[in-house]
Design a protein around this ligand. Structure first.
Ligand SMILES: Nc1ncnc2c1ncn2[C@@H]1O[C@H](COP(=O)(O)OP(=O)(O)OP(=O)(O)O)[C@@H](O)[C@H]1O
Ligand SMILES: [Mg+2]
Length: 461
């Protein structure tokens, strides 16, 4: 294998945020292992939350290896939300990798390969590196211009003058113009605290100096004190990457300015390049870093929703992967009852469509449907996080829909109803009953949709 890519050059491959519907969930909301009626954004579902809390302590005591968790319950009972909360309880920066069972079927990549990739997305590595940096509050930021060497009237930036102040003194730096771009990208202004890595020129904005904290500012800003010590110093930097990030960074053909590699950068990275051999090599390097105390392993959470979509082959792989020393916490979720395992239609049906040998390794946590007042509170919490104003009668109406139809349906109506409310030009975009009724007319729920189809004998008339 080629020399491993330095970790500081590994970019995260985080996928688009799939957890937006759960942004109100901040944790399991337990105190001393007992669920508060509402805590961490959670309402009700107390037993399941307490069980999840136990799982968190088992993971922290490293007693979960070889086992996994199954959240079993009806649609919209908070299974996905619970899995997310478990990862939050395990700590910030713990990787959370949510997938859906059917995601592993692709024409390009083998099923087990796709599963392996997601296992590695769920295992983090925290790397501590001591680097030479210039750190301080920006006191001066002046680009020095020069005549454009190519002629014409244009001007180019020849140098960047920057003055940084720390508790012990100030330092004036004359930097390469390439750093100016990095500074613009980070939106650095006068009065910000930044650091510049001496060897790589990487610029990081730490926050706004707290000397400006009294300044009237509506933006959410993080105020930080002026850095201690000298401007030029050694600083311990911490970087979080996942094993999958490392795989990708090492698999991608390196360098080259020719057109093929330019195209390669534009196109999606080819998945088949990551071989088993490469992974083994990376594991070796990772283990070495861990032994040397340079890095810590941060096992995260792999959440497989709709687990009945996996087939026998995938389940066998899961069994084996759970026992590997590099395994994240695996949380499965299913809203199915007794059903055939995919690929095992000739075998007797199995609970949740999961084969018995895997079932035996699972801690099964049931989730239950919500009572009407819990539904109302969940909807209220959601309106607050989405920043919506809802008239009390409209809230009443939405809660009733949540009871009669489903919690999902009610939550889904919030966004279109708020659009209607804004269009109608009402003060502060307040949602009224008429908006909810209009949405109800515009969007069918599953039951009404099925009814309509039954009447039309298989055709959409
Ligand atoms: N106890 C709760 N407290 C607060 N919000 C909740 C609670 N339970 C569910 N929610 C919210 O309700 C919505 C639906 O829940 P979720 O997606 O977790 O259900 P699910 O059990 O995964 O359903 P499915 O089987 O359809 O996947 C989400 O926006 C979730 O954040
Ligand atoms: Mg779900």
């Amino acid at each position: 294998m080629a020399a491993p890519v330095p970790i500081s050059e590994v970019k995260g491959n985080a996928r688009e945020n799939r957890t937006a519907a759960h942004s109100h969930i901040k944790g399991l909301g337990l105190s001393n292992g007992v669920a508060n009626t509402s805590g961490g954004g959670f309402i009700g579902q107390a037993a399941a939350r307490e069980a999840c809390g136990l799982v968190v302590s088992l993971v922290q005591k490293k007693k979960m290896s070889g086992r996994a968790v199954l959240l079993a319950g009806g649609p919209g009972t908070g299974k996905t939300a619970l899995a997310l909360a478990v990862s939050q309880e395990l700590g910030t920066k713990v990787p959370f990798c949510p997938i859906v069972g059917s995601e592993i079927y692709s024409a390009e990549v083998k099923k087990t390969e796709a599963l392996m990739e997601n296992f590695r997305r769920a295992i983090g590595l925290r790397v501590k590196e001591t680097k030479e940096v210039y750190e301080g509050e920006v006191m001066e930021l002046t680009p020095e211009e020069a005549e454009n060497p190519l002629g014409g009237y244009g001007r180019t930036i020849s140098h960047l003058l920057i003055t940084l102040k720390s508790a012990k003194g100030t330092k004036k730096l004359r930097l390469d113009p390439s750093i100016y771009e990095a500074i613009q990208k980070e939106r650095v202004r006068l009065g910000d605290v930044i650091y510049i890595e001496a060897n790589t020129g990487v610029v990081k904005r730490v926050g706004r100096s707290d000397a400006y904290a009294t300044e009237f500012d509506l933006e959410a800003e993080e105020y930080v004190p002026i850095p201690k010590g000298d401007v030029h110093k050694k600083k311990e930097l911490v970087q979080d990457v996942t094993l999958h990030d490392l795989d990708v960074a090492n698999a991608r053909p390196q360098g080259g300015q020719d057109i093929m590699s330019m195209m390669g950068q534009l196109m999606k990275p080819k998945k088949t390049e990551i071989t088993e051999k490469l992974r083994l090599e990376i594991n070796k390097v990772v283990n070495k870093y861990i032994d040397q105390g340079v890095a810590d392993l941060v096992p995260g959470v792999l959440f497989i929703d709709e687990v009945h979509m996996l087939d026998l082959e995938a389940f066998t792989f899961l069994n084996r992967a759970l026992e590997s020393p590099l395994s994240p916490l695996v949380i499965l979720a299913s809203n199915r009852g007794l059903t055939h395992v995919r690929g095992g239609e000739n075998l007797p049906p199995s609970p949740h469509g999961i084969p018995p040998d895997l079932l035996a390794r699972l801690l099964i946590i049931p989730t239950h449907p919500y009572a009407p007042d819990e539904i109302r509170k969940i909807i209220e919490t959601r309106t607050r996080t989405e920043g919506l104003t809802v008239a009390p009668p409209a809230l009443e109406k939405i809660s009733q829909l949540g009871e009669k139809v489903s919690l999902r349906y009610a939550l889904q109506l919030l966004a279109p109803a708020s659009v209607l409310a804004k269009v109608s030009g009402r003060e502060a975009g307040r949602i009224e009953v008429e908006d909810v009724e209009e949405c109800e007319g515009l969007f069918l729920d599953a039951r009404r949709s099925a009814q309509g189809l039954n009447e039309s004998k298989g055709f959409i008339a």
